[in-house]
Design a protein around this ligand. Structure first.
Ligand code: HEM
Ligand code: HEM
Length: 143
């Protein structure tokens, strides 16, 4: 089960990055051109939110079954950067990223003006994406 989950987590990571980048670029272009926040913009934000939530949920389950997750958690592990990465840094930053993206989605949904809808989505999604990029296991994933 761990192998299947890891493959899924690895695959959804590609989808998530693609969806977030497309949502950010399309909405940024529309926002800067002063266009109204339309149905496409709303849907792109929603797809970004769904992909993020799904990936965090898979990650949480993986954390309990992977030997690199909870079972590796110990005081000693904190001194070893390779172990600390999956035990603490990766999960923590990804959860924070998901919280930011959820806040951005929610603020954007509640705002009335198009300009505010674009701005709250963009600010939170961009910071969330930076958090994600900062703690991806690039070598294990692509190497
Ligand atoms: C770790 C488990 C999860 C947590 C803690 C969580 C949390 C949340 C929260 C707080 C919201 C509210 C956002 C708002 O203010 O509108 C939300 C909305 C949503 N989430 Fe999740 N979620 C989780 C898993 C998932 C999964 C697995 C999916 C689907 C694959 C998903 C899809 C959605 C959708 C579609 C919305 C509603 C968007 C809307 O308001 O139209 N979530 N979630
Ligand atoms: C935006 C959210 C996330 C993204 C984009 C992401 C991405 C990734 C990627 C690309 C890998 C490497 C897969 C591979 O080796 O092929 C990975 C591994 C892992 N992730 Fe995540 N992750 C996210 C959230 C989480 C969360 C919330 C947790 C735990 C609570 C988590 C736990 C893990 C663990 C334990 C591994 C290593 C599993 C192993 O090698 O056995 N991830 N993640």
């Amino acid at each position: 089960m761990q192998t299947g989950l890891l493959h899924l987590h690895s695959f959804v990571a590609y989808i998530l990055l693609a969806v977030l980048v497309i949502a950010i670029v399309v909405n940024a272009l529309a926002g800067f051109q002063g266009k109204p926040y339309g149905e496409t913009n709303r849907k792109l934000s929603l797809y970004g939110l769904i992909a993020t939530h799904l990936q965090v949920l898979i990650g949480l389950i993986l954390y309990f079954v992977s030997p690199k997750g909870m079972s590796a958690l110990s005081g000693e592990a904190m001194k070893v950067s390779g172990i600390r990465f999956y035990v603490l840094e990766h999960p923590l930053m990804m959860i924070l990223a998901a919280i930011l993206i959820t806040i951005g989605y929610s603020k954007s949904k509640k705002a009335n003006e198009s300009k505010r809808k674009f701005n709250s989505m963009l600010v939170y999604y961009v910071i969330g994406l930076i958090f994600i990029l900062s703690r991806l296991p690039w070598d294990a994933w692509l190497g």
